[in-house]
Ligand binder design. Structure first.
Ligand code: T46
Length: 131
């Protein structure tokens, strides 16, 4: 599956922790967009789509959630619970996020501007698209 775990350096001292993220250094693409989700409750499942072109890095800044990935051949579930770990996800991967803690803040760095035409929102359409 075309995903990668990225560990960011933590610059910690007696004042607390700091993580710096730089495009094309720690992130393998130009960052065109940043968004984040919060106040998602534990019963909610978000995502349920794939992208035709978009690459993203997902970072759980606070709390935890689960990330379910599926490239049509292999399925994988990743626990997101570390603010210094990013999950790099390429295009053509079905993703769902679940089990959000009340305090979860999920940050996403994206390679493209928002474009509804880039979404594949039906699972069977996704399987047909990647064939
Ligand atoms: C993804 C997963 C991880 C915008 O207006 N601009 C944006 O950049 C985004 C991401 C969303 N929106 C609007 C579109 C919807 O009206 O915000 C609303 C919620 O978006 P959506 O239902 O797509 O949220 P999720 O959590 O299901 O999916 C999001 C991203 O859309 C998606 O690219 O990979 O997070």
């Amino acid at each position: 599956m075309k995903i990668k775990r990225i560990l960011f350096d933590i610059h910690g001292d007696e004042r607390g922790q700091l993580v710096a993220i730089e495009e094309l250094k720690s992130i393998p693409f130009d960052i065109k967009r940043v968004y984040y989700m919060y106040n998602t409750t534990s019963k909610v499942i978000r995502g349920k789509h794939a992208h035709k072109k978009l690459q993203q890095v997902m970072i759980c800044l606070n709390g935890f959630c689960k990330l379910h990935l599926d490239d049509g051949e292999e399925k994988q579930t990743i626990d997101l619970n570390s603010p210094n770990e990013g999950i790099y996800i390429t295009n053509n991967i079905w993703r769902e996020m679940s089990d959000f803690s009340d305090d979860c803040v999920l940050l996403v760095l994206a390679s493209e501007y928002y474009d509804e035409n880039d979404y594949i929102r039906d699972y069977q359409d996704f399987l047909n698209y990647i064939k």
